[in-house]
Design a protein around this ligand. Structure first.
Ligand code: DX5
Ligand code: ZN
Length: 215
């Protein structure tokens, strides 16, 4: 699956970009929420999400790079999140947070920073719909992909194969034309791409190319 990140969209004309994604072969629309505390950047909040939700015809894949996400889960669900992903590093009571997301009728994901090993998910593996492996340090689009990500995909695949075979592995950060095929081949199920999509001269065509790279 392909989940373009609107962090790299044109915020002065978001409608045009969302309509392009609606028409494209994108599976989900990836929404990066940053609070300036968990990550050194602020992106956007509920008013923007609400506007996106009013136009988007694809599921919203909401990636929360915020502290204390529990406080806002209900609101994210109300504003159309289909998948809510919280950061391992931001949640002291992850099991509870995951159950709350599911109780709201959303799919639940955990994101791991580049320094956080996948083995830390051992006691939560069966509870998860998705694991988002950060392939850059969260906070900004357009960064360079960290190759250690491949090892993490392999380890997670191995951990999940008997215990949660439907677990989705999403890769986020620095995904581009050079690593798309290798990431799918390594076992990634969902690729997020911001810069590579929106800075392409033909974003819709590039999304199709990515989608059809999953041999
Ligand atoms: C980074 C965000 C990503 C970002 C990816 O903190 O989580 O979703 O938008 O952007 P690119 O694809 O440009 O690395
Ligand atoms: Zn993201």
């Amino acid at each position: 699956m392909i989940a373009p990140s609107i962090l790299s969209a044109n915020f002065a004309n978001l409608q045009q970009d969302i309509e392009m994604l609606n028409q494209s072969q994108a599976d989900w629309i990836h929404v990066d929420v940053m609070d300036g505390v968990f990550v050194p950047n602020i992106s956007f909040g509920f008013p923007v999400l609400k506007a996106v939700n009013a136009i988007a015809t694809k599921p919203l894949d909401v990636h929360l790079m915020i502290v204390e996400p529990d406080k806002y889960l209900q609101q994210f669900a109300d504003y159309g999140a289909a998948i809510i992903t919280v950061h391992y590093e931001a949640c002291p009571h992850l099991h509870s947070t995951i159950q709350k997301i599911k109780a709201l009728g959303c799919k639940a994901g955990i994101a791991l920073n580049p320094h956080t090993p996948v083995t830390l998910l051992d006691d939560l593996l069966e509870d998860l719909d998705m694991v988002l492996i950060m392939s850059v340090n969260p906070g900004f689009g357009g960064q360079v992909f960290i190759p250690n990500t491949y090892k993490k995909i392999q380890q997670l695949k191995e951990m999940a194969k008997d215990r949660n075979p439907n677990l989705l592995i999403e890769i986020d950060g620095g995904v581009n034309a050079q690593n798309t095929q290798a990431l799918f081949a390594a076992g990634a199920n969902v690729l997020v791409a911001g810069n590579a999509v929106f800075n392409n001269e033909n974003p819709e065509k590039f999304i199709s190319w990515m989608k059809n790279s999953n041999a």
